[in-house]
Design a protein around this ligand. Sequence first.
Ligand code: HDE
Length: 728
Amino acid sequence: METIKEAIKGVASGNTSAGKTGMDKGDNDKIRQLEQYRIRFKEGDTMTTNQGLSIADDKNSLKAGIRGPTLMEDFILREKMQHFDHERIPERVVHARGSGAHGHFQVYKPLTHLTHAAVFQDPAKKTPVFVRFSTVQGARGSADTVRDTRGFAVKFYTEEGNWDLVGNNMPIFFVQDTIKFMDLIHAVKPEQDWEVPQASSAHNTFWDFVTQQTETMHHVMWLMSDRALPRSYAMMQGFGVNTFKMINAEGVARFVKFHWIPLAGTNSLMWDECQKIAGKNPDFNRQDLWEAIETGNYPQYELGIQVVEEADEHKFPFDLLDATKIIPEELVPVQRIGKLTLDRNPDNFFCETEQVAFCTAHLVPGLDFSNDPLLQGRIFSYQDTQITRLGGPNFHEIPINQPVCPFQINNQRQGAHKKMIHCGKTSYDINAIQKGLPREAGPAKGFVSHAERVDGNKIRQRSPSFADHFSQATLFWKSMSAIEQDHIVSAFTFELSKVTMVEIRQRLVNMLQNVDATLMRRVATNLGIDGPTEPALPGYPKDIYAPSPNLSQLSPLITPKNTIKGRKVAVLAADGVDGAAVLAMSAPLLAGGAMPQIVSLRMGQLKSSTDLEGGKALEVNALLLGLPSVCVDAVYIPGGKESVTALLKDGQAQHYVMEAYIHCKPIAASAEGVEVLSRLGLIPKAGGQLPLGVYVADSATADFAAMFISGMMKHRFFERKLIDTIPA
Ligand code: HDE
């Protein structure tokens, strides 16, 4: 008997087959390399110690007498306990909470004119990658759906060595100079005396810092926008943030900015949902990524670049080296140059996702750094932090960090956890004893820094070209749709309401007047503040950019409304449901890459009011409380008198629908299911128009399913009227 649950590959029960098979065909050098380190138990295996000794009894420690004290001699107990005692390593100082996946990258066309990096030459070549997504502020066990910037770090295992593009889901950073990074992070992390709040920017120290370090304004605008609340790691953009360089074989260098554009669109949660999900399912984004890969709905992203000729370095109203600025796409278009596919989950979270070590200094020939003062500090910090986190300088030997090309062909020796055995007598260059080996590769093959001329006095100063802290914040605000602007105002209001020091709220209002008068006025009103207490900076708000449509995540270019891949749909049902309708709706949803889940009042199998073809059964995937409405993207209520009667008697079921409604989600009901919507007041009396994104029909026909699916492609119906007045 096939059940719906089986049809969706049992993701709810943690079946882990699909995502592991895709890449075992030997077409991914990294997966093949990792195979030698994998341990899989097979029938007949018996337990051993770490020294290979067979263990006879793992249930009882060695005692002096059956009720006597445990013996120090019990080395088997000691090994087990001591290993456990030392199982934790320090979490990352930032980006501690993360989720990883394997995949590959393919370039669309050779980029020979821009760079000689091998990863960008051959469209037939699949370069293995490991990607880690993360939040920034929270600890390892914090919730996924907090308001935060997200990390988007990609390790390319290229034939010329590892290249790490360590990016974020926002294209700019809070500060311009590395020396302010440590202050920023201390301010945003939980306050030092009482370690509160966890994973949140809504507190005194963060806003104290940002309202005094005004270069933060642009990033703060992004942080207060829906970009800080991604629905899924598969549905957020990524950016390299810093300006890098591409160098071609002729030695010509160009500035470049990197972008990742998700093919599933850039979609967000609502703040009310985020807060509820943080309690209901703190692993929301992690689970979503895992399930997408397990069900074969592989997350995909296009890599985009913005290229600026060296000669044009100074032609913009901002400095290319200032990481608090974007290059608006209207000034330099984004060229899409390749595709990233994530198609395999890790086998072991600790070994892969936790131990992976990203570093901006992991670069390949054909790429180089710019003099961005933030990037310059990053080049040092990432390598350095791994030494504490991973316990020494040999972290490159950890399997997930090993390149797939020859590496460690050098004279570095020893250090904690050294694994590779370098043979021979010498460990220095130049040696004659070992025929001078290993020899340098020379400029034809080896990495050569671009020969940029640098000349200047030693000086601790910010370049005047970094002085404009507000005009791109204005650009961002202007480029938002009305609903996105509303969300930004609400976010500022929420965050500053959590700031207990009134003078900080006032400073924020003073600061916002340099961005936009309406924004400032709206936030001030919500905070009960009369207005600014000091004048705006001379010349601000500075409106020097045309609106940039792609900054709005509702833009069809970055969020084409043509897919439901990765969306979850709750099918609300109880005994007596019309099973045929459930199957009729589920089939096209599954075909589109969505996951229908039967959500009910109890677990087990449901009785169907209609005969199910092929003896299929309806197995419940989750309870109403187990998969609450905030954790799904859309709701379907099929017919079946008995089922609908049971739902209408249940307060949770009714709350489910109303909550989905206020979160602007598509809702469909067929046959008797429509009664649920009528009772909740969502169906207008005689002849009125249905609310946006609400679909009803007499039966679950293919046309009806198509209508619902096209609603799901829109993600949310923010234009829905009066949702603020509904108590759900
Ligand atoms: Fe990081 N950052 N960062 N950062 N960062 C780290 O390195 C740092 C910055 C980013 O999944 C740390 O291995 C400095 C910008 C990501 O493992 C640390 C500065 C961007 C990750 C560090 C920045 C990022 C990190 C902590 C300012 C977007 C997680 C653990 C000069 C382009 C990578 C670690 C992963 C992690 C330093 C600013 C992205 C301490 C000094 C800008 C995605 O080395």
